[in-house]
Design a protein around this ligand. Structure first.
Ligand code: AKG
Ligand code: FE2
Length: 247
């Protein structure tokens, strides 16, 4: 076997796409995906293999090598900390500025990244109701990198933001849990409630080439996170497509 074949086999082993998600309640089908009804007008669609394996590998390599990554300092609970992952932000021209945790990412534009535009168009085609105009890319270099409990509920996304999330590379857990009554969150650790074990939860293993769509009231009522994983030592790239509402 030549070394290219070996590399391909090793890759398939690392990024196995054969399993399906652990979406649990009332799963039904939607565009080849699994729909999880979260109740109260929220749902999540998970498409385990939205993009073909080999194409996903090309996207991964391109994004990994060519994006202008930064690992910014952000404000969490009044403290300045280095964000535990790399980021990069792409958007249409002339949109309202995106700021989270006191950090305003530099804006880059779609025209300079045709492969990202290609992915955006594939999502719009598969889910005609979606109209994303911006994209936050995260790179988790190892299991030490993570994102804490938060909702993507910034005002500039309007009352019912839809978020489209594409994952490449190392498979990681994506957790969801229902917000406690009256809870206000940004990118902050989730305050542990006494009845935490009773809080409704879902989990997904986000595979190489997968798409996860969060819809309806999901950002209003639920939190999500990608926790640390001690044993993970390879890179994961995640693209979250968003729609900034025009004034
Ligand atoms: O990496 C992920 O799957 C989630 C990223 C995320 O939640 C975000 O960028 O807001
Ligand atoms: Fe998020």
């Amino acid at each position: 076997m030549n070394s290219l074949t070996n590399k391909v086999l090793e890759f398939i082993k690392r990024f196995d796409v054969s399993e399906i998600a652990s979406a649990d309640t009332n799963p039904s089908s939607n565009k080849g995906g699994i729909v999880t009804d979260l109740g109260d007008g929220s749902d999540v669609v998970y498409v385990p293999q939205f993009l073909p394996l080999e194409k996903s590998r090309q996207y991964f390599d391109y994004i990994d090598k060519h994006m202008p990554w930064t690992r910014p300092k952000i404000r969490v609970f009044g403290r300045t900390v280095v964000q535990p992952r790399d980021v990069c932000y792409i958007s249409d021209k002339g949109l309202k500025e995106y700021v989270y945790s006191g950090f305003k990412p530099d804006v880059h534009y779609w025209d300079d990244y045709p492969l990202l535009k290609e992915i955006l168009e594939k999502i719009h085609k598969a889910f005609p109701g979606t109209h994303f105009n911006s994209l936050l890319i995260n790179r988790y270099n190892s299991g030490n990198d993570y994102v804490g409990w938060h909702a993507d509920d910034e005002k500039l996304y309007g009352p019912n933001p839809e978020i489209g999330s594409i994952s490449f590379g190392c498979e990681r857990d994506f957790y969801m849990k229902k917000k406690s009554q009256g809870q206000v969150v940004g990118y902050r650790p989730f305050k542990r409630a006494k009845t935490d074990s009773a809080v409704e939860r879902h989990s997904f293993k986000l595979k190489h080439g997968s798409l996860l769509l969060m819809r309806g009231n999901t950002q209003r009522d639920w939190l999500h996170s990608v926790p640390k994983r001690a044993k993970v030592d390879s890179v994961r790239i995640n693209l979250t497509f968003r729609r900034v509402m025009q004034m």
